[in-house]
Design a protein around this ligand. Structure first.
Ligand code: HEC
Ligand code: HEC
Length: 265
């Protein structure tokens, strides 16, 4: 009798274990499906906005191409296959108001008792801004959800670069700058941040291959004038500041001449 009871208890525990396992498997797979579904829904909503626009928001396809390939002749950037978090950040930066002239200084209180190191109690605070007469007014009209959806959509698209022919000497000089930089001036090679074939790396380092040459030149110019000031640690500004007008044209032609295939997700 005693043994029997023991057996039933054991069976009960086994059954309970199976039930718990079953419930957790269901929950896990259910959750996976739900996040897939919300990602698909974001892509669908992003596609709709990109193709049709809404109210005073113009359709993105008008300038960035039917499949996000960009518009070479006008120097409008490609968006297809860019990193989702990169697109998200750029739209937020483009929408941000320009800070008033001068540097904003924020007082930060530090707890000196925790560490023997000496801190400065002033932190320079400068929000990322990127200003463009055409794109900023559009970005300002997008909600956080719109930005999320548009980034999901463009990030999911595949892309095939169409290399643009250029003069051999221009390409050679551009390649030298891209692959070698100017070590004698402490200028790093573009490939050290933008990846070996200019395909970009993660959310922080956008691709250069497949971008219109005119767009690459315009962005470097904007870093030099301060219209674009949104790169972490001013990594790109430090590079832009050392480029001559000829450098910009050569390296832009080199990257517009690269082939690149990005598979959609
Ligand atoms: C009238 C033309 C036009 C329309 C319409 C337009 N854009 Fe743009 N977009 C531009 C231009 C020009 C730039 C380059 C801005 C600069 O120089 O900083 C740009 C830049 C961008 C960038 C930055 C790309 C990068 O590589 O950093 C993103 C992202 C972007 N646009 C998204 C959108 C989305 C999403 C829409 C639709 C809601 C849209 N654009 C509609 C002209 C347009
Ligand atoms: C030390 C790292 C570093 C090096 C070296 C570097 N870049 Fe960049 N570059 C960046 C970062 C970081 C960004 C932008 C990030 C952002 O907006 O968040 C950027 C952005 C850019 C963009 C804008 C792309 C877009 O889609 O809007 C262009 C154009 C560019 N770089 C060109 C170059 C060229 C040309 C070289 C070589 C002469 C170069 N970069 C070397 C770090 C670097």
């Amino acid at each position: 009798m005693k043994i029997q009871k023991h057996e039933t208890e054991k069976q009960l525990i086994k059954m309970l274990g199976l039930v718990i396992l079953g419930v957790s498997v269901l929950t896990l797979t259910g959750c996976g499906k739900k996040s897939d579904e919300s990602h698909d829904a974001a892509i669908a909503a992003g596609k709709m906005l990109a193709e049709k626009g809404r109210g005073s928001i113009p359709a993105c396809v008008a300038c960035h191409g039917a499949n996000g390939e960009g518009l070479d002749a006008a120097g409008y950037p490609r968006l297809a296959g860019l990193n989702t978090a990169y697109i998200d950040k750029q739209l937020q930066d483009l929408a941000r108001e320009l800070p008033p002239p001068g540097v904003l200084i924020e007082k930060v209180s530090k707890d000196y008792s925790k560490t023997p190191r000496i801190y400065s109690d002033l932190t320079v605070f400068s929000p990322s801004v990127r200003h463009d007469a055409v794109m900023s007014p559009i970005a300002k009209q997008l909600s956080t959800t719109d930005i999320h959806n548009l980034a999901a959509y463009y990030g999911s698209l595949s892309f095939q670069a169409k290399p643009v022919a250029a003069d051999y000497e221009v390409l050679e000089r551009g390649q030298d700058l891209a692959l070698r930089g100017k070590p004698e001036y402490g200028l790093p090679a573009c490939v050290s941040c933008h990846a070996p074939d200019g395909e970009g790396f993660g959310a922080g380092f956008p691709p250069l291959a497949g971008q219109p040459a005119a767009y690459i030149v315009s962005q470097i110019n904007k870093w030099q004038t301060g219209d674009r000031d949104n790169d972490n640690l001013s990594l790109m500004r430090a590079v832009a500041d050392q480029l001559t007008d000829a450098d910009k044209l050569n390296v832009a032609a080199y990257y517009a001449n690269r082939s690149l295939t990005v598979k959609g997700k």
